[in-house]
Write a protein that binds this ligand. Structure first.
Ligand code: TTP
Ligand code: MG
Ligand code: MG
Length: 445
């Protein structure tokens, strides 16, 4: 479709215009063709192939698209039962409004904001449209949530007649034109840094992190930039006097592993910009699941149930975050001799509640705890839908209804005070020991 564009590989002064995609040579500040100042330039621009794309202020952007009167107004999406901000447009963010903030606080910060209740069905639909456009670029698209995905663009140059960097910028431009919302893109050589890059200059960002600069760039960043280092683990590192990634770079692998177990290994590699994870296209939101492999194989319900609970909460958190719910609960077990057992059960209506996922998983697990030793336990939901029809208040069993209400309360506390503020009975005891405080999350954003 496109004429092949001859580009000088790795020439520092060869950039392109992000608006008209014309190639630029030299240090021009504006595009020689259209005058735009949005020039992408980087020594490794035409070598890098791993991209992460995330829509800007996603729900708010969709609402602004559908009501042009909102264009220059501060817009907050949220409210509803739990009264928290789902997202805010960048105008409202200047005033300090943030996702997960209680609505009353957001309105204190920005009283003139227009508040719109979320329309999940619409966001899921737009998210799918964006995803379909990604899939037209490469089959290697790994969605992480409703508004973001990794794309492996290696080997697509021949198909598109342009190198990945230009394909990516062209994509951002096409999404603006065809869907009417903006995205930010990150381009790098690995997943970790592609994601870091896409978050770097939002909105309408296009950031590149090359191999040559990775270690130096990371040295200056806080440890919380590392995937899997959440609040709890950052506090552990802080107690050891470690705040910046540069400090991790000075510790050897054995020392890091001695201190932090398998997480130490991860810290060692990621702090040095080493990330071998590949893009898994099969995660195409057909299901949302979480699993864990045990250090020692487990057989007893006393050992397995707390893990099931913790994993159910993780699945639920992801569903809630991405506005999804699932109708079929799937339990996955791997025996000591690597035999896989999957068991599933369909619910009357889709759920995104940890408690329903857990109770259903428990029902399935009970039949499998016959003394068999397991090395892996996983739980997930499939048959995904938007969450608007999930968990109707008239759940048949009164106990379940009570627990659903309690879970809503727990969620809002967690939103206020962080994940570890509320522990349920199941995860409090040994489950916490079985799982590290902030387990490395290969597929969490
Ligand atoms: P994000 O991509 O995290 O945020 P965003 O797209 O709103 O803004 P940014 O430009 O920083 O990427 O999340 C995507 C959508 O998920 C977001 O529009 C609303 C929803 N969401 C919530 O409902 N609650 C939350 O706490 C977060 C973080 C997101
Ligand atoms: Mg986003
Ligand atoms: Mg996102």
């Amino acid at each position: 479709m496109f004429a092949a564009i001859p580009v000088t590989v790795n020439a520092p002064d060869h950039g392109f215009c992000r608006d008209c995609l014309a190639l630029q040579s030299g240090e021009t500040r504006r595009c020689g063709q259209c005058g735009s100042p949005r020039i992408a330039r980087h020594p490794e621009l035409y070598r890098l192939q791993l991209a992460h794309i995330d829509c800007d202020a996603f729900y708010a952007a969709v609402e602004k698209r559908d009501n042009p009167a909102l264009k220059d107004k501060p817009v907050i999406i949220g409210g509803g039962k739990r009264g928290v901000v789902s997202t805010a447009c960048y105008i409202a963010r200047i005033k300090g409004v943030r996702s997960a903030m209680p609505m009353f606080k957001a309105l204190e910060a920005c009283p003139e904001a227009v508040v719109i209740p979320p329309d999940m069905e619409k966001y899921v639909r737009v998210g799918r449209e964006v995803r379909a456009m990604m899939q037209a670029l490469t089959p290697l698209v790994e969605p992480l949530s409703i508004d973001e995905a990794f794309l492996d663009l290696s080997g697509t140059e021949r198909l598109h007649g342009r190198p990945p960097a230009l394909v990516l910028a062209g994509f951002a431009r096409d999404v603006e034109r065809e869907i009417g919302i903006t995205v930010s893109a990150g381009l790098s050589y690995c997943k970790f840094l592609a994601k870091v890059a896409s978050d770097f200059r939002k909105p309408r960002g296009f950031s590149v992190i090359g191999e040559a600069e990775a270690v130096g760039f990371l040295a200056e960043q806080p440890v919380t930039l590392i995937w899997g280092v959440g609040k709890a683990f950052a506090a552990t590192l802080e107690r050891d006097g470690i705040r910046m990634i540069g400090q991790l770079q000075r510790l050897d692998r054995a020392e890091l592993m001695r201190r932090y177990g398998s997480m130490g290994d991860r810290l060692y590699h990621l702090s040095r910009g080493q990330d071998e994870r590949v893009v898994h296209p099969d995660r195409d939101a057909k299901s949302v699941s979480a699993e864990t492999t045990f250090d020692t194989d487990l057989a007893s319900p006393a050992d397995l149930v707390p893990v099931l609970r913790a994993l159910s909460e993780k699945v639920s958190a992801r569903l809630k975050k991405s506005g999804l719910a699932g109708r079929t609960v799937v339990l996955k077990l791997k025996t000591q001799d690597f035999k896989l057992r999957t068991r599933n059960r369909q619910l009357g209506d889709p759920t995104r509640l940890a408690d329903r996922i857990f109770q259903t998983g428990l029902h399935l697990l009970r039949k499998e705890t016959d003394g068999t030793k397991y090395r892996l336990l996983g739980i997930g939901v499939s048959d995904l839908t938007g969450s608007d029809r999930a968990d109707p208040p008239d759940l048949v069993d009164a106990g379940a209804r009570k627990r659903a209400l309690a879970e809503g309360a727990i969620d809002s506390l967690r939103e206020k005070f962080g994940r570890t503020a509320v522990e349920t009975g199941y995860t409090f005891g040994r489950g916490r020991k079985t799982l590290p405080p902030d387990p490395p999350e290969p597929d969490e954003d």
